[in-house]
Design a protein around this ligand. Structure first.
Ligand SMILES: Cc1cc2nc3c(=O)[nH]c(=O)nc-3n(C[C@H](O)[C@H](O)[C@H](O)COP(=O)(O)O)c2cc1C
Length: 381
């Protein structure tokens, strides 16, 4: 089906949950398992969503909210919404439109798209149809043979659409997830990284566009890896997978070369019972709030509603990432499905801002949320 034929069906979907349910019906078992998977007993994945439900909103009244502007900036670049698509491997498993399809949908909202190191399409192809001013990041998994990564960086450095390098740090060794038989075989053959390459059942033509030869490196360090990266790119660096305030504080010492951090537990896919991004954000506020001034702090993990987006922004996040919802969008309706997912989230975000009495993203603040339940969970032992 072309994107235009899919549009009316997509319009009938009212929530990210409905998109996921449709995608679940339509996707192959293998593609579904790859998207759905989480580590261990899915405790982090579940808690990522629950934590947003425990935060209450504090709406203000008698405010003219006829106009509401959701635009903001990320690293100084204008974006239309404070929502971005987090890097995800192998989007073509969900739909042939793949990562280029995600970009096409992001272009409509001027939303940032972070391209995965393990994308199924070449980065050049993903940015090919970019809208004017559309913002991209490139996520890097540093390889054992650093020259492999240096060649990738040299390539990325020539692409003006890519505005930052997002270095993922939360998976120095593979986490354990039980994905179902078909996929397990891939994961084993690929060192369990998010890069299934061949299937005996379906989608045999799907593979990572930048194959890993020497394997992802487990020996990255603050002292060695950041100077090495700085030698090979002048693009701003964002560290993804920060899960404690201590590491956020260390990251801030590397500013201005490090410009931002993404608080993330990788969608609960790596270390089960690792904390939701919101816990880390609250801890940063309590123990080292200056980090929020020094670095742009972003979050991701099981965002389901515009109210979730707004709550994270109120707590100081610059923008909020979605992972699986983009893939479910692809699975439900290709580009039109991703567009629908972003539309639902953007509409819900705007409505929530208006109902809080807020007209601009920058005006969202601590006064609009009550986080006591979550803080009790974190601090009261
Ligand atoms: C299928 C899938 C593949 C992923 N691949 C990558 C990847 O290649 N690099 C990376 O840094 N994170 C990867 N992630 C993690 C996402 O960037 C993001 O942190 C996570 O999906 C956010 O949680 P959510 O899916 O609940 O929104 C992947 C996540 C999923 C679901």
């Amino acid at each position: 089906m072309s994107s235009n034929e899919e549009r009316p069906v997509m319009e009938s979907l009212k929530s990210l949950d409905e998109i996921e349910r449709l995608a679940t019906k339509q996707l192959s078992k293998r593609a579904w398992s790859f998207n759905y998977a989480a580590a261990g007993d899915h405790i982090s994945k579940t808690l990522d969503a629950e934590v947003y439900r425990s935060i209450l909103l504090r709406p203000r009244v008698f405010v003219d909210v006829k106009q509401c502007d959701m635009s903001t900036t990320i690293l100084g670049h204008e974006v239309g919404v404070p929502i971005f698509v987090s890097p995800m491997a192998m989007a073509s498993l969900a739909h042939p439109a793949g990562e280029a399809g995600i970009s096409a949908a992001c272009g409509i909202f001027n939303a940032m798209h972070i391209i995965s190191n393990n994308a199924s399409m070449a980065p050049e192809k993903i940015v090919e149809g970019a809208a004017p001013g559309q913002v991209f990041g490139f996520q890097l998994y540093v390889q054992n043979d650093r020259r492999e990564s240096e060649i990738v960086l040299a390539r990325i450095n020539t692409m003006p659409e890519i505005k930052c390098i997002v270095l993922t740090l939360d998976e120095p060794v593979p986490g354990k997830h039980e994905l179902g038989m078909g996929l397990q075989k891939y994961e084993e053959s690929q060192g369990n990284r998010e890069q299934p390459r061949q299937s005996s059942t379906a989608n045999t033509d799907v593979s990572v566009a930048i194959p890993s030869v020497s394997g992802p490196a487990p020996d990255l360090t603050w002292e060695e890896t950041l100077p090495w990266l700085t030698q090979h790119t002048t693009l701003p660096i964002i560290l993804k997978g920060i899960q404690t305030y201590e590491d956020a504080q260390i990251a801030s010492k590397y500013a201005p070369r490090v410009r931002g951090i993404i608080l993330s537990n990788h969608g609960g896919r790596v270390l089960d019972t690792s904390p939701p991004a919101i816990h880390t954000l609250l801890e940063i506020r309590k123990y080292c709030a200056d980090v929020l001034e020094i670095l742009q702090v972003m979050v991701d993990g099981n965002i389901q509603r515009g109210t979730d987006v707004v709550k994270a922004l109120c707590l100081g996040a610059r923008a909020v990432g979605i992972g699986r919802p983009a893939l479910w969008g692809l699975g439900a309706g290709g580009v039109a499905g991703v567009e629908r997912a972003l539309q639902i989230l953007a509409d819900e975000t705007r409505t929530c801002m208006q109902l809080l009495g807020v007209r601009r993203v920058a005006d969202l603040g601590l006064q609009h949320v009550n986080t006591r339940i979550v803080e009790q969970q974190i601090y009261n032992r």
